[in-house]
Design a binder for this molecule. Sequence first.
Ligand SMILES: CC(C)(COP(=O)(O)OP(=O)(O)OC[C@H]1O[C@@H](n2cnc3c(N)ncnc32)[C@H](O)[C@@H]1OP(=O)(O)O)[C@@H](O)C(=O)NCCC(=O)NCCS
Length: 185
Amino acid sequence: MITIRKIRPDDWQAVKALRLEALADAPYAFAETLAEAKATPDSVWQNRVQQNAEGKSSIGVLASENNRLVGMAVGLCNPDGNQKAHLVAMWVSPDHRGTGAAESLVQYIVNWARESGSTALVAGVTEHNPRAQAFYRRLGFEVLPNRPPWKPEPTSNEIPLQMIIEKQEREQGAAPEPLTRPGEP
Ligand SMILES: CC(C)(COP(=O)(O)OP(=O)(O)OC[C@H]1O[C@@H](n2cnc3c(N)ncnc32)[C@H](O)[C@@H]1OP(=O)(O)O)[C@@H](O)C(=O)NCCC(=O)NCCS
């Protein structure tokens, strides 16, 4: 069973290891490089995880199975001051792709963004990442028209994506949306 949960402050070493694993596995997907992440002082990792655990300006979400972390995502609350939350650091280990773990991570961030008053969730993907593009499209993200250069590799472009967040009227006492789902074979 894959479990989805919010990051806790004491996760910082595990989150650092997971992020280094993600950067080594999929360097094409992220603006940060593995070398930059390795050179980041532990105090910065601790602060970042602390903020992601507080869930105010940002939130970190982890996927785990059998006590092993297998995926993560981070939401940033309206970094541009325009009621749009951002989805960053999205990664699922290769052996857990296609299981629904990634979708559950995004769903957690969408719920958090909605509760924080955001009207949209924004993500950025490179033009050389067709799997992530297909994944975001399936979830309802739409491609925005501008194509800024991809910072780590300015000869290619970033594809900005946006999902409109609908307000959800929940009946008082109604059960929250499920945030865990069984892993598929
Ligand atoms: C992006 C990521 C989180 C998506 O999670 P996932 O579990 O792989 O996603 P899913 O399997 O649910 O969906 C992937 C989609 O891509 C499609 N796909 C798979 N391989 C593909 C390829 N080579 N080219 C195009 N589409 C592809 C799948 O068919 C599926 O689309 P569908 O549901 O319409 O059939 C995961 O692949 C990942 O961690 N990748 C590396 C890091 C990364 O790219 N992060 C995103 C940064 S923006």
